[in-house]
Ligand binder design. Structure first.
Ligand code: HEM
Length: 453
């Protein structure tokens, strides 16, 4: 038995932080602030329309909400300028947030991050109706420009069938959900008590993390236990409570190079291209894990995270949609990477129970970001608008990308090479071509920002 899950201040937390908009269409609009006083007036208007956790959660359980959802976040430079001395931004703890993506780019292997367009404010708009979204976006930009803000960039994301990313894989399979309650009920439906991994995975198979991993002011993960709460997340200033950092990266994917690489490797290894691609990610295109299904795709189900690399997973039965039983056969461990290679993307970014350079499972869990990415396609190519919420950019996102994704011998020494898809090197399939670090404040802090001097 572990600690009770905390009530989430659902009318304060922005809705894309938790539980995530997950709409079919999204726009990211970056603005530069030219005149702080006029920008505050614009914010005062916009702050009232910010979509919260409470609204997204209610919509998922009830009738469809009409209209476009919106969230707002700010760079460090913008918080300093809008917040002024009252906000004492210098006391914010995260060094990477304060330095910004342009300066940190080199550590992440970015070739020209200093040349990316920079935004002070990032607006995230989501809607299932693309026309409604287009209108809301045009209104937003017009109003912003009337208040002395200039559009720095505008990106358009569209969810593909089965949430596939541009290489063709189902994405979001292992995006975590938070432990916490709204109106006295747990946010995400759980497996029945006594079911295998019921203390770690939701009914749909998503990993459970303590909310302080995503939102300030709540307990985060323990460093020694995968299920117990750890310390309360603090960003250094009390106004950061109920807020979250956002890492945004526009990641261009070279789909032809990825396919050609897999085709050549398949020829050399005497197998199919789809098999090589599955080994590079660690899942088949349909999201089924290669550890559980080494020879062919197994279909996507609530057991997509019921496997470990160092311990066997016994046979068990899950309840699928409508209570239909899903029989999960036993899944043996794969410590030597015979079914899921050590360089596979999902093994590099989450070695699960395997011993790593940073210790074991509790640390691997503590590094997991709350990914909210969506594919884009524009005249310069296609890829992911990668969005990840966290309460520690350098300590976690930095450790994941600079450390595990980028290093040959980490997290598991036998990996011998960087991440198969996002690690660069001789497999330059993914390149960051834009992005920034932002802070998504609570609604109260948004209101306070508009009043500060
Ligand atoms: C364009 C680049 C990328 C592509 C195409 C990509 C694709 C994928 C896919 C297909 C999955 C499996 C679905 C899932 O488990 O949710 C996945 C999982 C994941 N990705 Fe990426 N990804 C990319 C970049 C990154 C980056 C830069 C990070 C760094 C933080 C990252 C972190 C993760 C994590 C943490 C998981 C979950 C692994 C697990 O728990 O097993 N990805 N990614």
């Amino acid at each position: 038995m572990h600690a009770a899950e905390p009530p989430l201040r659902a009318d304060q937390i922005q809705g894309n932080v938790i539980p995530g908009f997950n709409t079919d269409h999204q726009r990211l609009v970056g603005f530069a602030i030219h005149d702080v006083a006029r920008a505050r007036a614009w914010l005062a208007d916009q702050a009232r329309g910010v979509t919260t956790l409470a609204e997204v959660h209610a919509w998922r359980r009830g009738p469809k909400r009409e209209g476009t959802w919106r969230n707002l976040c700010f760079s460090y430079a913008a918080l300093e300028r809008i917040g002024g001395p009252d906000f004492r931004c210098d006391a914010i703890r995260d060094p990477w947030f304060k330095r910004g993506a342009a300066k940190v780019g080199r550590s992440l292997g970015d070739r020209d991050a200093h040349a990316w367009p920079r935004a002070d404010v990032l607006a995230i708009l989501g809607d299932n109706d693309p026309r409604g979204l287009g209108r809301a976006c045009a209104d937003l930009i017009r109003e912003a420009e009337r208040h002395g803000l200039g559009k720095a960039y505008e990106e358009s994301g569209t969810r593909r069938k089965e949430s596939r990313e541009p290489f063709g894989f189902r994405d979001g399979v292992s995006v975590p959900t938070v432990r916490g309650t709204v109106d006295g009920r747990v946010l995400a439906r759980r497996r029945p008590a006594g079911a295998l991994l019921a203390d770690r995975l939701t009914a749909t198979g998503k990993p459970l993390l303590w909310p302080g991993q995503a939102v300030f002011g709540y307990p985060g993960q323990s460093r020694v236990s995968a299920v117990a709460p750890g310390e309360t997340a603090s960003g250094g200033r009390s106004w950061m409570v109920d807020g979250s950092f956002l890492v945004y990266r526009k990641l261009r994917q070279d789909v032809d190079a990825f396919r050609a690489f897999a085709e050549r490797a398949a020829h050399d290894l005497g197998t199919q291209r789809e098999h090589v691609e599955a080994m590079l990610i660690g899942r088949w295109h349909d999201g089924s894990p290669v550890v559980r299904h080494p020879n062919a795709p197994g279909g996507y189900d609530a057991g997509a995270n019921d496997f470990r690399y160092f311990a066997d997973t016994p046979a068990h039965v899950l309840h699928g949609p409508g209570g239909v039983p899903i029989v999960v056969p036993p899944t043996p461990a794969d410590p030597h990477g015979e079914r899921c290679p050590h360089l596979a993307h999902i093994r590099k970014v989450n070695p699960r129970d395997a011993p790593s350079d940073l210790a074991g499972e509790p640390m691997a869990l503590a590094l997991q970001p709350f990914r909210r990415g969506i594919p884009y396609a524009d005249p310069d190519g296609q890829g992911l608008l990668f969005l990840a919420y966290t309460t520690a950019i350098e300590e976690r996102f930095g450790a994941l990308v600079r450390g595990w994704v980028g290093l040959d011998l980490a997290p598991e020494a036998p990996s011998r090479t960087a991440d198969a898809i996002a690690g660069g090197g001789d497999r330059p399939f993914v390149e960051a071509v834009g992005g920034g670090f932002f802070f998504a404040p609570s609604r109260d802090t948004l209101a306070a920002l508009t009043r500060s001097r």
